[in-house]
Design a protein around this ligand. Sequence first.
Ligand SMILES: O=C(O)CCC(=O)c1ccccc1C(=O)O
Ligand SMILES: [Mg+2]
Length: 332
Amino acid sequence: MDALPELDDVLSRSHVVSVPLTTRFRVVQHREAVLLDGPAGWSEFAPFLEYSDAEASTWLAAALDFGWRESRAPALRQSIPVNATLPAVPLDQIAGVLSRFGDCRTVKIKVAEPGESLADDVARVRETRRLIGAAGRIRLDANGAWNLDEAEHAVRELEQFDLEYVEQPCASVPELAELRRRIHRIDVLVAADESVRKAADPLAVARAEAADLLVIKAAPLGGVDRALRIVAEAGLPAVVSSALDTSVGHAMGAALAARLPSLEFDCGLGTGALLADDIANPRIVPVNGAIGVGRASLDADALTRLSAPADRTAWWRERLTRCHAVLATAPR
Ligand SMILES: O=C(O)CCC(=O)c1ccccc1C(=O)O
Ligand SMILES: [Mg+2]
């Protein structure tokens, strides 16, 4: 790995922003991020607020990697097909949310959200299928919320809507492996997300044959080149996804997707469409179902307009400082 940039240099290039969302996602209405004006281009540090410094420091490694140097791998494509991402919204809001994504052929629907029943999920998937027609592709993301029996039951109930895959149906690798055995006669694949990005060993899921494909995110995996190595070692198809990023984070995701030897599935890099504002001009949002590959160009006005309040700016600079210290002492 390359030398760690000095903390003062990193801090002097930092801009903390708070970007409003159009639709509540998980529990957030605003997405906060540190944008880094790196020597190789703009980069983004935006681990979720509840993450420990140890976990967030991997996101910092990715941000410094992307902002301070180019990937060693060549880009193989210039356009990345993406899915629309549908949060757990009421039925009468689905069409409105999907319309923000333009004409994406694939929709990823969040299911098993707190406070929702399987009947709510069935209704949301049914309405989505009705809206996008038979040619559209539907995938689900349960974020590990089902136990094994609930997951099996849900897949059996929902397969009638023609599902491409279900992402992280259960939390653990053994559960995913057992679910695959239980549903092997059903034409629904199992994808692993948290079992890759939050695991001590991102390859454990592949070794256990617990997933048909991997969802990979550049930030939690420590950057583009490290994520490429994980995919190569896993030997499974991969879908690149994001963490509700600004355009800068999506540029990092697109850089990763552009370098995968093969890209069979649409990527989860369209969530720029869920932001009510953005710091790039042009914004990196889906156009005709795809996003372009390349560095984001920042809009100076937007950096000022979206600049985070002083207390939040201080919080993020302190967090960045602590994560930098973790990287400085970690074996490299
Ligand atoms: O993959 C997508 O369509 C968008 C990204 C996404 O779903 C996501 C965004 C923030 C946090 C977690 C997740 C997730 O995939 O679980
Ligand atoms: Mg997921």
